[in-house]
Design a protein around this ligand. Structure first.
Ligand SMILES: Nc1ncnc2c1ncn2[C@@H]1O[C@H](COP(=O)(O)OP(=O)(O)OP(=O)(O)O)[C@@H](O)[C@H]1O
Ligand SMILES: [Mg+2]
Length: 390
């Protein structure tokens, strides 16, 4: 078990490609941290630097308090699962898991070593037996944890994708590493298997309590698995927070739009002062600025801002249940029934947006309807800096 610290870490690839810039993060001992962001944002590069598979251009990485910048991957006490978890096709599941342990030098206990004639032979034989017993114990324990006890004699080609993925994870567990690193380990699996493996990896973390760093571009995976989530864009950390903090209080427009499905709706608005009453005005609707926003919004009178509203905060059952809610009148363009809720694709002026409404709400394409807005859940962003104001 170990804390992992990255201080001012940067990576410049040949050709002056700055893949990671001034990355600062402390991952606590036993924490499950997820790095998420669009393709090319530097997630794998960061993980590979922690693993030692990629040289660090700037900064310091510590594992368990020890600076590992110049430590070889095999000496970092980490285990990594990739998207392409290459198993040895000719070895059984058991041997795939045992292999890395067999390659290791066995450290016998000195006081058990015999002395005298024939001692080298006897010691060699005994150490080999103890090493094999230890390997057997670890492989079976990992197989138990992962529920693959019945597959130990099979070869990889006789396994499903999910089972292979479990073997790849098992190969890491047997090594009892201080840190697990996962790089999009589920992206080769079908949707249903991905969901199942997601919960299995979470369960594994609850059981082992080993520090885990998990990379994905799938925000649902990030939200459901991470103790904390690191959102990255263009090699730069945008925000580090718990899933609920990230969802409720995104730092900027990028995080707000990246986390959540369907994504947050954004509207171009102007803040107007109508005889002391502040209003949020778009070309198609006007909303009063709530009292508790006044101080933050007052400096922006006359400015154009970005109004952010999640689909579940407009027209949803809880939005409609408010006392005298403010509303937006919009036209229904598409209706998507999802069973437990319905997505309405709406048009207001030039802006399109999505509302998650009660599935029993009576409406048809082409209707103009009033949708209640939950102002206490809405956000305002500065479009120039992209930072959140409210
Ligand atoms: N060996 C390399 N040489 C030059 N540039 C590289 C190299 N490896 C990665 N890059 C660049 O560094 C940036 C970050 O790449 P990285 O693989 O870390 O992204 P990622 O976030 O893991 O993306 P994905 O979700 O697609 O896996 C990209 O712009 C990529 O093109
Ligand atoms: Mg990657």
């Amino acid at each position: 078990m170990a804390q992992v610290t990255l201080e001012h870490v940067g990576k410049v690839y040949p050709g002056d490609v700055r893949a990671v810039k001034d990355f600062n993060l402390t991952i606590e001992d036993g924490e499950f941290i997820v790095m998420v962001g669009p393709s090319g944002c530097g997630k794998s590069t960061t993980l590979r630097m922690v693993a030692g598979l990629e040289e660090i251009s700037e900064g310091t990485i510590k594992i368990g308090g020890r600076v590992v910048n110049d430590v070889l991957p095999k000496d970092r006490n980490i285990a990594m699962v990739f998207q392409n978890y290459a198993l040895y096709p000719d070895k059984t599941v058991y041997e795939n898991m045992a292999f890395c342990l067999r390659m290791r030098k066995y450290q016998p206990e000195d006081d058990k070593q015999r002395k005298g004639p024939f001692a080298p032979l006897i010691n060699w034989w005994r150490n080999r037996r103890e090493k094999n017993a230890e390997i057997d114990r670890r492989v079976r324990e990992a197989a138990d944890i992962l529920g693959i006890q019945d597959l130990l004699d099979r070869r990889p080609k006789a396994l499903s994708g999910g089972q292979r993925q479990r073997v790849a994870v098992g190969r890491c567990i047997v090594r009892n590493p201080a840190v697990f690193l996962f790089d999009e380990p589920l992206s080769n699996l079908d949707a249903k298997m991905r969901v199942q493996m997601r919960t299995e990896i979470s369960r594994l973390h609850n059981k082992l309590r080993t520090t885990m760093i998990y990379v994905t571009h799938d925000q649902t995976e990030a939200m459901t698995m991470g103790d904390r989530i690191v959102v990255m864009k263009d090699g730069v950390i945008q925000q580090v927070a718990t899933p609920s903090e990230l969802y409720d209080n995104p730092n900027n427009i990028f995080v707000a739009g990246f986390i959540g499905t369907p994504p947050m709706n954004f509207f171009d608005v102007e803040i107007q002062n109508n005889d002391g009453e502040l209003a949020i005005k778009s070309d198609a609707f006007t909303l009063n600025v709530p009292q508790n926003w006044m101080d933050a919004v007052a400096p922006h009178v006359g400015h154009r801002l970005t109004f952010g509203l999640r689909p579940e905060h407009v027209g949803s059952p809880s939005a409609e249940a408010q006392n005298h809610p403010q509303t937006i009148a919009a036209d229904i363009e598409v209706i998507e029934p999802m069973g437990s809720e319905t997505y309405l694709y709406m048009k207001v002026g030039d802006a399109g947006f999505i509302a998650r409404v009660d599935p029993h709400r009576a409406c048809s394409v082409g209707d103009k309807i009033d949708l209640a807005v939950m102002m206490d859940k809405a956000h305002l962003f500065n479009p120039k800096t992209t930072e959140r104001i409210i």
